[in-house]
Design a protein around this ligand. Structure first.
Ligand code: IVH
Length: 693
């Protein structure tokens, strides 16, 4: 381990020899610290220090491009997307394992092994059977050169670019405890996602309307088999290595010895859960222990793998068609069950998302009674064609929410009913809006009790109304004590109420009241963003504020008018319209304005100033590619101009698309400016061709 790396200052490095040495030191240091962090879970430097070294390396590699290397720690972030996945041939076939479900079958396996080898006692290595995605990694002279999936066992998909983004997978092998780096090393292992990370990922996907993954295995496989490595890089993935398929320059006599060598090269094995067992009984004991603790493990497993420890014995036992005779998967009972859906109701989440939930005839799956399962969204229900009263296959995986996998249409009696998304929110009765792809349904009521906390947090947040000191815990306190029920109540808070709350002194009460008071004068775009209209984030709030002079105009705009605004698609237009059509929302907005909120709109002022078509008259002729005639009219009018049907002496511009006829001729003869669609786009401040249809 080099200590020099810590003193490197990139500015002082000017010649390439110096740089070469510094880059080598930095890479060595970073690899070692990544190993301490990711493989051993035992870092010896603080994160900022690691980041500092990483930055220096990045700067140097940029300054001296000749020193760049595909195995540098800086390359662990994901390159450009590819068109398709290439294929990689496995140097040694990647076989599967014979799976059995009873301990007796494992005892029989042991008896067969002993008989074949004429041995009284066999030594085994027992490990969890990870439920992820099998990978093969090939290192040449220590550098990761190939990574592939199992594929058909002989050829797999090339996933190198993606695998390089996984922090636990070293791009360059280490050589710790004097274990030399082999000339060539082919290892296999399992890429997996932890259960907590899986649940968090799914929750984020659910909220953003993306399809959720059925289980951590699918999530891991889906994340690795991506054309764009940046997507893989954004997913939490881990690796356990469990096999060496080839190791040039190093013989292993035992499986156990091999497992012990892997971490010395920086490869992660599951040191907590792997055991050397004298005879089959300790291996079965391991199996029973894991069966009990399975749910408490941070990752999914679906059994244990029992492998003959002695490599020579492995060779002597050899292979069957597709699996080795020296290894066995002893699997846990399946965690799927068949039951009937008695009803489907919806749950309202903190963000107003409505999630359909299947109520099930109770069924015991893997020792746990399951009564409910998530159905995620309308799209999933409709594409799987799940109906109320259907018989369904349900899967429960650890602490993962049970899922309806599929219905059994053959078991239908004719009483089954399709699910209909309620038109009103079951919590507050507010209107429900479902997106066109049917993946998201939202309660649009700003006052909905199921959402009030999150809406308030959002309302007060820095980029919205920016009420400093009003965040999660304070908001909980205000809601729990009943001081505040609706957002406008914030503006009615009194000093004497606040000082009675725990943790509030007169100073902090005054501070909060001052912040609330200060928030009253703000810009329209912040206020629109603060309202938390589904699909309207900060950027679109700005777009809307630039287009409409004030809140009143925005709240009255028709769907069509909204759609005519550049960047506002049908989904957003619908959502904005639905929001302002809701009397409950209108009341909240009214109460807020009543409480003294005043909105200025600098964005609109700027737009009108710089792009004003005030006093200009337009005529459109021919077919427009980017806008309908109505949209074009909305745009011109929005910028203060006028659109007429015929060319007169008052016409300032004629916009001519393909197929323009007599109007164009007339305009030409009168010397009126003729604009192409591109010219028009420029005048209204849009790039041609980037408008939605
Ligand atoms: S060893 C020749 N060990 O199980 C032996 N496999 O059915 C090759 N798996 O695709 C496999 N955990 O993805 C081995 N500890 C473990 C494993 C394991 C999970 C998977 C692996 C393979 C499948 C074989």
């Amino acid at each position: 381990m080099s200590e020099q790396a810590f003193d490197i200052t990139p500015d002082r490095i000017t010649d390439s020899d110096q740089a070469k040495e510094a880059v080598a030191d930095l890479r060595e240091a970073l690899r070692y610290h990544a190993y301490r962090y990711y493989v051993l879970d035992d870092p010896i430097i603080a994160d900022p220090e690691y980041d500092r070294l990483f930055n220096i390396l990045e700067v140097l590699e940029e300054k001296f491009p000749a020193l760049q290397s595909p195995t540098s720690p800086t390359q662990q972030v994901g390159g450009a997307p590819r068109q398709s996945m290439g294929l990689v041939r496995h140097p040694v076939p990647m076989l599967s394992l014979r799976a059995v479900y009873t301990q007796q079958e494992a005892r029989d396996f042991d008896a067969t092994c002993r008989q074949e080898l004429s041995l009284g006692l066999m030594t085994y290595v027992a490990e969890p059977k990870y439920d992820g995605l099998a990978v093969e990694l090939i290192y040449e002279n220590g550098a990761l050169v190939f990574a592939s999936t199992r594929g058909d066992g002989y050829t797999g998909e090339d996933i190198l670019a993606n695998v390089k983004t996984i922090r636990e997978i070293p791009l360059q092998l280490l050589s710790l405890d004097k274990e030399p780096v082999p000339e060539r090393l082919v290892v296999r292992g399992e890429i997996y996602m932890r259960k907590d990370e899986f649940n968090a990922l799914n929750q984020r996907r659910e909220e953003s309307g993306d399809n959720v993954f059925a289980n951590p295995r699918n999530a891991a496989a889906g994340s690795v088999r991506q054309l764009d490595p940046k997507i893989t890089a954004s997913r939490p993935l881990h690796l356990f290595v469990y096999e060496v398929a080839e190791c040039r320059g190093r013989e292993f006599t035992q499986q156990w010895e091999m497992l012990a060598a892997l971490p010395k090269w920086g490869l992660k094995t599951n040191t907590r859960w792997q055991e050397k067992c004298s005879g089959i009984e300790p291996a079965l004991e391991f199996f029973r222990r894991l069966s009990e603790t399975r749910d408490d493990l941070p990752f999914e497993i679906d059994g244990v793998v029992i492998k003959v420890n002695d490599r020579q014995a492995q060779q002597a036992l050899g292979f069957r068609q597709r699996d080795p005779r020296w290894a066995l998967a002893l699997k846990f009972p399946a965690r799927q069950g068949t039951t009937r859906i008695t009803d489907i109701t919806v749950q309202v989440g903190r963000t107003g998302a409505l999630t359909p939930v299947a109520h099930l005839q109770p069924v015991t799956i893997g020792g746990v009674e399951v009564k409910r399962a998530s159905l995620h969204n309308l799209h999933q229900i409709e594409s799987k064609d799940v109906r109320i009263k259907d018989w369904v296959l349900v899967e429960r995986a650890g602490d993962v929410i049970p899922q309806v996998i599929k219905p059994f249409p053959d078991k239908r009696s004719g009483q089954e009913q399709p699910f209909v998304m309620p038109e009103t929110c079951p919590v507050c009765g507010g209107p429900v809006v479902t997106s066109r792809d049917r993946k998201q349904s939202h309660c649009t009521n700003i006052d909905c009790p199921a959402q009030i906390r999150e809406r308030m947090v959002h309302f007060a947040s820095r980029r919205a109304m920016d009420i400093e000191g009003l965040a999660g815990r304070r908001i909980d306190q205000l809601l729990n004590t009943g001081l505040v029920r609706h957002i406008p109540d914030l503006y009615r808070l009194r000093r004497e109420d606040l000082v009675q709350l725990e943790g509030f002194g007169s100073k902090s009460a005054d501070n909060l009241l001052r912040e609330i008071e200060d928030s009253k004068s703000t810009a329209l775009e912040r206020f629109v963003y603060a309202l938390g209209i589904p699909h309207v984030g900060e950027h679109l709030a700005q777009v809307l504020a630039a287009r409409f002079p004030d809140l009143d105009a925005l709240s009255r705009a028709s769907e069509q008018t909204l759609q005519a605004v550049h960047e506002i698609g049908p989904e957003v237009a619908r959502s904005v319209r639905a929001f302002f059509s809701n009397p409950g929302n209108r009341k909240v907005v009214h109460d807020l304005l009543e409480a003294g909120i005043s909105l200025d709109n600098p964005l609109h002022a700027a737009t009108v100033q710089t792009k004003s078509l005030q006093g200009r008259t337009f005529v459109f002729t021919g077919t427009l590619q980017n806008w309908t005639r109505d949209q074009a009219r909305e745009i011109v009018e929005g910028l203060g101009g006028r659109v007429t049907g015929s060319v007169t002496g008052n016409t300032d511009y004629i916009v001519a698309g393909p197929g323009a006829g007599s109007k164009l001729d007339k305009a030409r003869s009168k010397g009126i400016a003729v604009l192409s669609e591109e010219d028009f786009a420029r005048i209204i401040g849009q790039e041609a061709g980037d408008s939605r249809q």
